[in-house]
Write a protein that binds this ligand. Structure first.
Ligand SMILES: Cc1ncc(C[n+]2csc(CCOP(=O)(O)OP(=O)(O)O)c2C)c(N)n1
Length: 611
């Protein structure tokens, strides 16, 4: 029977009237929204149509993927809905775009693949989604029960398929299942509704056999409203305020604090504590603020460790970071004498990076914790604000007349033309662009910089930039290596949909990070270079446009072209490979893990030093 769909919840970003005012502060409502694109519900809907309607109601705006016979009915249902469907060139590209769309918007995104290789092509993206804390639902075709074990083409799901482990909840998925019967759909939707309400991300995988995709299923929407866990007990805030106000401490901001940037800054200014950020938290504290120290981990700043050595804060307040390798390299010098107060929604992260140091773990949402802490902060505690001791280290580089573009010069111009002149998002790729971006770009606010520090797959930024551009409706810039853009690019997809994605390619005709890494541990590089690619020709051949830059004088104009371009655009920058990227700590970390006993040979080019 056809039932009208009532959407009577509000987008949580709309702080107007709420249906249940008594729960206003703690309720995280799945991102259902009163939509302008109201559709007349389909009569006698299929499972695919019901699922799509529910996903739309849960806030999904974008689906990315590659079609195939095993998932065709679901693709058709998405295509007929108000969810925007982007048909990509690789399932991994679809996954990376979905991750970045989700992180840029806070909404769940969907990735679609057909049976067999469609599913296996998504695996890297699945792991990246989990590591990045995105909200992504992977939906794939599965083999019908009656055909399983009988040599079905691209057999997927069930007892006989090599891909069956991909339909089990665990370390990869918060929820995974094959929906073998339409009757399972409502329970599955309830699981998705509560999962998508999690602030720390949710990754799910559903397998849908064809017969289930086309079976009739009466439309129903999830009736779950989740009260978020992790609101901070005021007594905890008061105790922490008393402790921290009595001793010098440093704030170590992680990705989990990105939505509480104002509160982090308020705490720093009220207490006088300095702030250091993990790469993914760049901008949580304005990076030109006098109390900002710099980045820790890959591309980090030596001035952070210098400060800790000289100022000797007794404790670090860690906000929303597990302090993993790319955020800390587990450096002992980053651990203050009395250890850490670590605030996180995930209790499993407490004390794991520095097990030998004392850690007080507080399981709470960062914003709620900081509000309690600030509310209880003793008025008599005098702020210890100092001026920025490092400002004088910044020396603008002049364009040199000859030679390829120095990466440091390119970053300076990106700062001036893109970061300072626009509100575009910048995403850096696995490779030298990660450490260069983290080290040399300065962001005034949270949400402008992205890097996959958790899983770090090449191709994450080259394809993720599509999702960022789509979700923000603005230009998004991917700073990528030539190797990564050759590995995976969705330029043709971006051209197809006219997306505002811009790739700035560090074209050095080699896997630069690998080559520099080999040199830095004393190896003679082998097999790292490859023929130089012409990315402008590639861009044009794929329906986009671009410009090549091979001297520093032309960098600014090329970046302006990228900013002004109407569609996808590639800026192919011939860079000087002799300038060593600030990735020294990664190489030292690999050496400690057993890579080489040869003493490091290459030194970082960067005068500030990478920590
Ligand atoms: C899928 C994947 N394979 C391999 C790696 C290891 N890796 C990290 S950086 C890198 C080289 C990157 O070269 P390029 O994209 O040209 O960037 P560059 O460092 O030269 O700027 C490799 C192979 C990875 N991170 N991801």
């Amino acid at each position: 029977m056809l039932k009208p769909i009532r959407i009577d919840r509000q987008d949580p970003s709309d702080h107007g009237s709420h249906p249940k005012p008594e729960l206003r502060h703690s309720m995280v409502v799945p991102v259902g929204r009163r939509t302008a694109s109201w559709r007349v519900p389909v009569a006698n809907p299929t499972v695919s149509e019901s699922l799509v309607e529910a996903l739309h109601w849960l806030g999904v705006q974008h689906a990315f993927g590659i079609f195939g016979g095993g998932i065709a009915p679901f693709c058709q249902a998405v295509s007929n809905s108000s969810i925007r469907l982007i048909h990509t060139r690789h399932e991994a590209g679809a996954a990376f775009a979905a991750i970045e769309s989700s992180l840029a918007s806070g909404r769940p995104a969907v990735v679609i693949a057909t049976t067999g290789p469609g599913v296996s092509n998504m695996v890297t993206g699945m792991a990246a989604a989990r590591a990045e804390g995105a909200k992504v639902l992977f939906i794939s075709g599965t083999t019908a029960a009656a055909q399983r074990g009988r040599g079905a083409f691209q057999e997927t799901g069930g007892a006989f398929s090599s891909l069956s482990p991909l339909f089990v909840s665990g370390n990869l998925f918060h929820h995974a299942s094959v929906v073998d019967d339409p009757a399972e759909l409502d329970t599955t939707l309830a699981r998705l509704a509560s999962g998508f309400a999690r602030r720390q991300g949710f990754v799910a995988h559903l397998g849908l056999p064809l017969a289930v995709q086309t079976a009739r299923h009466e439309q129903s929407l999830p009736r779950v409203t989740t009260v978020a866990p992790g609101a901070c007990d005021p007594r905890v805030g008061a105790e922490c305020a008393e402790l921290l106000a009595s001793e010098p401490f440093v704030i170590w901001a992680g990705f989990g604090s990105r939505d509480a940037a104002d509160l982090v800054q308020s705490l720093a200014e009220l207490s006088g504590a300095h702030v250091m950020c993990t790469p993914r938290a760049k901008g949580v504290m304005p990076e030109r603020h006098p109390l900002y120290l710099g980045v820790t981990g890959l591309g980090g700043h030596a001035r952070v460790t210098d400060y800790l050595r000289h100022a000797r804060p007794t404790r670090a307040l860690v906000l929303g970071s597990r302090l993993g390798e790319m955020s800390s390299f587990w450096l002992p010098e980053l651990a203050p004498e009395s250890g850490f107060i670590q605030v996180d929604l995930e209790a499993e992260v407490f004390g794991t990076a520095y097990p030998e140091h004392a850690t007080v773990g507080i399981q709470a949402e960062i914003g709620s914790f900081l509000r309690e802490l600030l509310g209880a902060w003793p008025v008599q505690a005098a702020p210890r604000v100092e001026s920025d001791p490092f400002a004088s280290l910044e020396r603008p580089l002049a364009a040199r007349p000859d030679g390829a573009v120095r990466p440091s010069y390119l970053m300076q111009e990106i700062q001036r033309e893109i970061v300072d002149q626009s509100d575009a998002l910048v995403i850096t790729e696995a490779g030298n662009s990660f450490s260069l971006g983290s080290h040399l770009l300065h962001f005034p606010k949270s949400g402008r910089y992205r890097v996959s520090a958790g899983f770090g797959s090449m191709g994450h930024a080259t394809a993720g930039v599509l999702g960022a551009a789509l979700a923000t409706g603005k230009k998004a810039f991917a700073l990528v290596g030539d190797g990564a853009l050759l590995m995976l690019n969705e330029i043709n997809t971006a051209a197809n949909y006219g997306l505002g994605a811009v790739w700035i390619v560090l074209n050095d005709a080699r896997y630069g990070m690998i080559e520099q890494g080999m040199r830095s541990v004393g190896w003679a590089p082998f097999e790292t270079d490859f023929p130089r690619a012409d990315f402008v020709a590639i861009a044009r051949a794929m329906g986009a446009d671009g410009v090549r830059v091979d001297r520093e004088q032309d960098v600014a104009a090329a970046l302006q072209l990228g900013l002004a371009s109407l569609g996808p655009f590639v800026i192919d920058v011939i860079i000087d490979p002799s300038e060593i990227a600030p990735s020294g700590q990664r190489n030292q970390s690999l050496t400690k893990q057993g890579l080489s006993t040869v003493p490091p040979a290459a030194k970082s080019f960067f005068p500030e030093g990478d920590s």
